[in-house]
Design a protein around this ligand. Structure first.
Ligand SMILES: [Zn+2]
Length: 88
């Protein structure tokens, strides 16, 4: 931080002091105090699993598509063609 001059009630004083040095120390990242137990670690990881992808049916060609994306089969989105699809 820059030193701030204050001119209320008397001469201007530079307010820098030990406060800014303390601030720099506090800028270090938060560090856990204790190691988590194997149980707590596994409880955290219990929610870490694969999900089945949500799929919707294309309203035009009825292929399974990712919702809110252009259909890769026919190039349509929201009832109009937005992509040209190469014929195989
Ligand atoms: Zn389609």
């Amino acid at each position: 931080m820059k030193p701030v001059t204050i001119a209320i009630n008397g001469p201007a004083k530079a307010v820098e002091s030990a406060e800014s040095a303390e601030q720099e120390e506090r800028n270090e990242m938060a560090v856990p105090k204790k190691r988590k137990s194997a149980s707590k670690r596994d409880m955290r990881r219990a929610h870490w699993k694969l999900e089945t992808p949500s799929l919707a049916e294309c309203s035009r060609c009825h292929a399974l598509i990712v919702p809110h994306r252009v259909c890769p089969e026919c190039g349509y989105y929201n009832g109009r063609q937005v992509l040209k699809v190469k014929e195989k």
